[in-house]
Design a protein around this ligand. Sequence first.
Ligand code: TRP
Length: 454
Amino acid sequence: MRRGAWSTRYAFYLATVGSAFSLGNLWRFPYVVNSNGGGAFVLLYILCALALGLPIVVAELMLGKAYKQSVIVATEQLSDTSTQSWIRRTRIWSFVGTLANFSSVVLLSFYSVICGWVLFFLMKYVAKISSKAEISNTLFTTLMDNGWLQVALMSVHLLITTLVVSKGLKEGVEKLTAWIMPLFVVLMIYLVFKSISLPGATEAMRFLFYPDFSSFSKDTLLKVLGHVFFTLSVGMGAMVVFGSYLKEDSYVPRSGFRVAILDIIVCLFAGFLIFPIIFTLSSIEDVGPALLFNSLPVLFEKIGLGRLFGLFFFLCLYLAVLGASIMLLETSVANLIDKRKFNRQKASWIMIGIAFVLGLPAALSSTVLVGVKVFNKDILRFYDSLLIDTMLPLVVLGMALVVGFGMPRKVKEEHFISENEMDSEKFFRNWHFLIRWIVPGVIVIAIALSLWPK
Ligand code: TRP
């Protein structure tokens, strides 16, 4: 089967960075930093993103580019029964592919609930743009008190996503995003400037950058890793799909490097944006997933033309999360098409159906199911930690072993070592060592630490 390729380099970056730059940066990063004590978490995040996240981005892109398939089929092709070496013969690699695909569907369910929240804020800003009444931070409470509204919003979001994917409207959305994203970046820069001129900014910077290691617990490393993998969109086969559309002449390590660095910068930006507001309000507490939604409207009320900025911000954010949801759905749909030869429409509806059913309990977790606690967490937080702090590190562990040991060295060298790139041989050796030993090693340590009895 002939496979399409990205029309331009810009299209590739738009899709990869677009999928990476989303809720993970703007919504989740500030709240996990807040819940885990600030500076020390941020420092560890930057280190892990560079040393472990970046090599995995490169590994997944390379797997896709080398085999021109989505993750399940690509990992199946690694099991080569004609060789003697057991590590190349074993069929276990395809299990990793299946698990990665499974994670993308589960993520889509929980992700859609949060996308529904963004949609709600966008609608409120559209409605309130000409009214005098303050947009207060009770907005989020209204949402939390109304579970069926959350179900409705999630359904609308899933429906939009499916229509785009199944009807092939992606190009239109991509064009729109291509316009909006640069504007979003400019808007973010402007808002960060506004935010760091608030009185709480100095204290916020101290919180973000002064590492206080006493805030660490035995789960912290795993939480850092989970977030790194989540925000870089690895561990779900998404980067494998992106890589499979890369043109022959693109140099994977460079593409991976750019995507990872940009994503880290956006996370830090989100920190600069949110924390000065919180410290100015002087109510720093662990509000969890509500953080972004409770703090930003305060800034919008304080600055001139704030509501217009608010409207534009939530519009951009919605497009970003729509882009990410499209890619998430696309990842699992691509797998169904490649593996089971389903047609696109059917595959999209099946996946969205599963995501809807799985998403229901999360959407109802603050109302109908408020009493239900799993491991001491409400259902939404349980999904978050099951998926991001547990499943993602496990899949990435598998993915590192797949590329580190399952993929023939020759193939990796072909994609990594190039005469035109300075020191590519040395970089290859370092990257290979990281993928084979350091990434799996750190993940195993993080899991062991978190399971360690108190
Ligand atoms: N990185 C995305 C974010 O920051 C979430 C995400 C994880 C994702 N894996 C993905 C998006 C795969 C698209 C495809 O919000």
